[in-house]
Design a protein around this ligand. Sequence first.
Ligand code: CAA
Length: 259
Amino acid sequence: FSSYENIKVEKKEGRVALIELYRPKALNALCTPLINELNDATEKLDLDADVGAIVITGSEKAFAAGADIKEMQSKEYINAYTTNMFANWANLSKIQTPTIAAVNGFALGGGCELAMLCDIILAGEKAKFGQPEIKLGTIPGCGGTQRLIRAVGKSKAMELVLTGNMMSAQEAEAKGLVARIYPVEDLVDEALKMARQISSFSKPIVQMAKEAVNASYEMSLEEGCRFERRIFHSTFSTEDRLEGMTAFVEKRDPTFKHK
Ligand code: CAA
């Protein structure tokens, strides 16, 4: 991880990892090298037996101010199409380890989309979310028109996408985009605390829970509930399911084997 230039990666106690987006002069604009480093780091951490959850954060001023406009400025259609520009951003949403976005400051355009690729969004009380691409003569290109509507509903998503207006952390929490709000200086510690809580449970069971929740994006209610039930049944093949229920019955804390 030490060779990265646009992110900092640290493994912390309690089986969690912290990734800091680090392009301070560009408000963490998400250039191609940054996304490549982020994908490389998250893929490695996903396979790391010592990591049960990953926190992704930026600076107090900006989680990320979007895709790198300077990098895109002179691109032509043929290049955008043939390189399938931004397709690999979604790699982050495909890892099995839970991810928490800890958002302080601006999460705009690709920054908001990156946060939405994570499993949980926590926000500092001054965070601002938005999809301002319309002001640049373009539209969101990494799921903004699709994931935002699922989080905040059509009217609010349309407002953000068509006007470029920003949404406060408080509004984002009220609409369900954000799970919790914390004081700016406490945000990363609180995110790590939540990551440690998740990491304290059985790793395969956590991953199954994540997979089942994510399936709801793609399936009908009937199919989704059937998928959930089958995964639920499969938890009965694990020692950790037996341990969890036995510990409850015996009035003691469980010791999960698979972490
Ligand atoms: N790309 C490249 N550079 C960026 C950037 C971006 N998205 N956002 C900020 N920067 C750079 C600025 O150019 C500036 O660099 P210089 O000092 O070299 O001029 C530096 O970061 C600081 O920015 P500002 O001086 O603008 O800071 P501010 O406090 O006055 O304003 C801001 C902050 C409102 C976030 C403003 O920077 C801004 O509007 N940024 C662009 C936001 C945006 O449009 N994002 C969407 C990008 S498109 C996209 O993301 C497509 C997609 O769907 C994936």
